[in-house]
Design a protein around this ligand. Structure first.
Ligand SMILES: [Zn+2]
Length: 188
């Protein structure tokens, strides 16, 4: 489904919006500025002159008075229970054997195992294939003799929007990638 990138007045992303939400913001005059040509068009009722009302939304809209909403959004969003974002962060590559896998063959590996106090957070997890995860067991990479091929990192807000978006439009992709830190693996 097409989603609209909602920004605060300063240009910080705060949420992916459904087309209905975006159109509602447009219809009620709450869009302060926008980027890109309209991508959703809603047709409303007809007025007395027989003209049908139309409400459009650009792919990126900045919502007036949304500074409070954006401030609530965490700079480093949490990992969560689902693995989609983790696998995307790690580009579906196993951190131990370096091979690419489909999501059904990947698991969430805790670098320091949870049974030994390892946290379930961005900095302690990597994508691992089932074979490597099983082989590593309750050991650290050093103990198992399985060095990490890449290091974990916590996605910043812009990376998180890229990871969590679906069918991201070109304008949205350009906007978010322009804000990525230089070290981001999502660059290029
Ligand atoms: Zn592997």
């Amino acid at each position: 489904m097409l989603l609209i990138l909602g920004l605060d007045i300063a240009g910080q992303p705060f949420r992916w919006l459904s087309p209905e939400e975006a159109v509602s913001y447009n219809a009620t005059g709450k869009v302060a500025w926008s980027i890109g040509e309209p991508v959703v068009i809603f047709h409303g009722g007809y007025n007395r002159a027989g003209v049908q009302s139309i409400v459009e939304s650009a792919p990126i809209i900045a919502i007036a008075r949304s500074d409070i909403m954006a401030a609530k959004a965490l700079a480093y969003p949490p990992l969560g229970d689902r693995n989609d974002l983790l696998f995307k962060r790690d580009r579906h590559v196993c951190a131990f054997c370096g091979e690419s896998f489909g999501r059904d063959k990947l698991t969430r590996d805790h670098i320091l195992p949870r049974s030994r106090g390892g946290r379930d957070g961005w900095m302690n997890v990597v994508a691992a294939c089932r074979f490597c995860n099983h082989r590593k067991g309750a050991k650290t990479p050093e103990e198992a003799g399985m060095p990490l091929r890449y290091l974990p990192y916590a996605p910043c807000r812009y990376e998180h929007f890229l990871l969590s978006g679906r069918n991201i439009l070109t304008d949205q992709m350009d906007y978010l990638t322009a804000m990525l830190p230089a070290h981001s693996r999502l660059n290029g």
